[in-house]
Design a protein around this ligand. Structure first.
Ligand SMILES: [Zn+2]
Ligand SMILES: [Zn+2]
Length: 335
């Protein structure tokens, strides 16, 4: 197998230092290095990702695409396929910070409104102690908690919350609450599955932010962007695929007049606003990251270089399950 070329390296570098990148940003990088647009050269694009993933598989990394469920946009990023949060977050975050992230994740996923977000007050009230397993399970397990967990202060929580948002493990939603970030969507796909997060009947991905069937007895859930796609034809049946109940029309759905901004559950315009805000923030992040390329990326880059020779060989045998998954996902999106 031919080794990766500078083109592959440039794509990887862009994702590692600036990622996750929106589909548009990533396509732009691809067009810049290959001279060809992914839209018109889809096979080349897919082959390139496949090749990168064959080499990354050896290092348990994967180039993956996902949809950020708050803005409905596709993002590309490199994920660490080792199973535990410690190794995903560990190079930067401390044990209590990781416990806090896990607590936040749980709170966001178990929030009942299908909204996929919690208020910042609720976020700061998330407890760390039930994220730590005390092995002997004795009565006084509370007192046996590590002091770093017990003494994790309100201001440490506040600081961690900001860092997690900065690093895009979490995000500020358009409604001013705290939700998952693009990095979590990229990273936690299989975790969502193994934790019984209900999936969308249209795309089969986990529902973090979604609409529930209006029939209370029915537990069908559909992402808002899937709903828009499914019911995009004005005359199409809006029956729930589970129970047949008519699904109410949402704001932001094409209904002949797209200039009407109704108050209330106004999704589309605010999502736009927030993505503009996010772009600005991402830009600021880029500048910062370029100034002090994080230790984790530096290490990874070194590992990549030194391991390249072996990776080329090993990747030939390595399972390409991850690679084909990414390709499948990108094919599905193109439909
Ligand atoms: Zn969906
Ligand atoms: Zn239903």
């Amino acid at each position: 197998m031919a080794p990766l070329t500078w083109r592959h390296h440039t794509l990887l570098q862009a994702l590692l230092t600036r990622g996750p990148l929106s589909e548009r940003q990533f396509h732009d990088v691809f067009a810049a290095v290959s001279g060809k647009k992914p839209a018109t050269h889809q096979q080349l694009f897919n082959d390139t990702l496949l090749k990168i993933n064959k080499d990354l598989a050896y290092l348990q990394f994967e180039l993956r695409a996902c949809i950020n469920q708050y803005d409905g946009m596709v993002y590309y990023g490199i994920v660490n396929n080792t199973a535990d949060e410690e190794s995903k977050l560990g190079t930067k975050y401390s044990v209590p910070q990781i416990a806090f992230y896990k607590g936040l994740l749980e709170a966001i996923l178990h929030e009942t409104g299908n909204d996929g977000s919690i208020t910042s007050i609720d976020a700061l009230n998330v407890r760390l102690d039930n994220q730590v397993i005390i092995v002997d399970g004795s009565q006084d397990s509370q007192s046996r908690l590590p002091t770093s967990i017990k003494n994790f202060s309100f201001s440490q929580k506040e600081k961690t919350l900001n860092e997690l948002i900065q690093d895009r493990w979490l995000s500020n939603t358009s409604t001013g609450k705290i939700g998952l970030g693009t990095r979590s969507f990229l990273d936690l796909r299989s975790w969502f599955r193994s934790n019984d997060i209900p999936s969308c009947v249209v795309c089969n991905e986990a529902c973090i932010k979604a609409s529930g069937c209006p029939n209370e007895g029915c537990n069908v859930r559909i992402h808002e962007y899937c709903l828009r796609k499914k019911f995009s034809q004005r005359k199409a049946s809006r029956a729930c695929p589970g129970c047949g109940t008519e699904w109410p029309r949402q704001d932001g759905e094409a209904d002949g007049d797209d200039n009407v901004n109704e108050p209330g559950e106004d999704e589309a315009p605010s999502a736009n606003r927030s993505s503009k805000k996010r772009r600005k923030r991402v830009k600021a992040e880029l500048v910062e990251e370029n100034n002090n390329a994080g230790p984790s990326t530096a290490v990874l880059r070194r590992t990549l270089r030194s391991a390249k020779a072996e990776a080329v060989e090993a990747a030939q045998e390595a399972s390409s399950a991850g690679a084909s998954q990414a390709t499948r996902a990108s094919k599905r999106r193109k439909k």
